[in-house]
Design a protein around this ligand. Structure first.
Ligand SMILES: NC(=O)c1ccc[n+]([C@@H]2O[C@H](COP(=O)([O-])OP(=O)(O)OC[C@H]3O[C@@H](n4cnc5c(N)ncnc54)[C@H](OP(=O)(O)O)[C@@H]3O)[C@@H](O)[C@H]2O)c1
Length: 247
């Protein structure tokens, strides 16, 4: 089973990597179910996909709420008759030095980047283990494989999710449930992510850096499409996606 006709839930689908992936997967025949908080954006993206001949649905979803994520998964099942893939992509990156003590933002990153992914995993695990088929794709970051000053808590959430995904891969093999995983480590991708930075100095530095080297979210969407498109017995698992110009 390739991308065509797969039912794919995508969180953080209202902009950036999620939006680009939804559009590309739908173009290749997947039925995509979009979740995020901004309804007008989701509505417009679904309209674009349908106008291009694709199939999509959306539901307003806050990934910090388990019930919201479960509801999004339920929508996929009721509307499209099943579920093949969840793309846990929602995330924020309000980077700052630890000494600035933006503790509210630390909490928000843990709630969205880590607990949001756990909510996605919890919502699909009973379905995937029962049907012995499914794929969990998650967007981490290069900040989840090496440390960056200014990204202490952001990186901590991404390192944590990396461990989670590798354990899911191992346990799936042990339990013979055929759950495939794919872990994405993008570097500088031009999206709305930098809008979440409130620390002025950090934002200035990151804006300048992304302006210099950043690439389109389509680059990540292509990798998502590739991972979904693999045969059932092939688990392509880890991808870094760097701009060629980024050291
Ligand atoms: N851009 C990069 O350079 C880069 C690099 C490495 C990793 N990443 C990761 O890529 C993922 C996607 O980010 P992006 O770059 O595409 O940025 P983006 O354009 O800002 O997209 C982030 C998405 O997450 C959603 N989101 C945020 N909080 C949410 C919540 N509580 N519930 C549901 N959805 C929520 C946003 O939608 P709403 O605001 O509408 O809810 C939006 O759709 C993130 O996990 C990010 O950490 C990005």
């Amino acid at each position: 089973m390739t991308v065509k006709n797969k039912v794919i839930v995508i969180t953080g689908a209202s902009s950036g990597i999620g939006e680009a992936s939804a559009k590309l997967l739908a173009k290749h025949g997947a039925k995509v179910v979009l979740g995020a908080r901004r309804e007008a954006r989701l509505q417009a993206i679904v309209k674009d996909i349908e106008a291009a001949g694709g199939t999509a649905a959306y539901q307003v979803t806050d990934v910090t709420k388990q019930a919201d994520v479960a509801g999004l998964v339920k929508l996929a099942q009721t509307k499209f008759g099943g579920l093949d893939v969840i793309f846990n992509n929602a995330g924020i990156m309000p980077s700052s030095p630890i000494s600035a003590l933006h503790t509210d933002e630390w909490d928000a990153m843990v709630d969205i980047n880590l607990k949001g992914v756990l909510h996605g995993v919890a919502a699909v695990m009973p379905i995937f283990t029962t049907q012995k088929h499914g794929q969990i794709i998650t967007t981490f970051s290069v900040a989840g494989i090496k440390s960056f000053a200014g990204a202490g808590v952001y990186g901590a959430t991404k390192f944590a999710v990396r461990n989670l995904m590798e354990v899911i891969r191992m346990e799936s093999a042990e339990e013979d449930t055929n759950i495939r995983t794919a872990s994405l480590y993008p570097a500088a991708i031009n999206t709305e992510l930098l809008h979440t930075i409130t620390d002025k100095d950090t934002k200035q530095g990151m804006d300048a850096f992304y302006k210099q080297v950043g690439i389109s979210p389509d680059a990540v969407a292509n990798v998502v499409n590739f991972a979904v498109d693999q045969p059932e017995d092939v688990n392509v698992n880890e991808f870094t996606i760097y701009p060629t110009k980024q050291a």
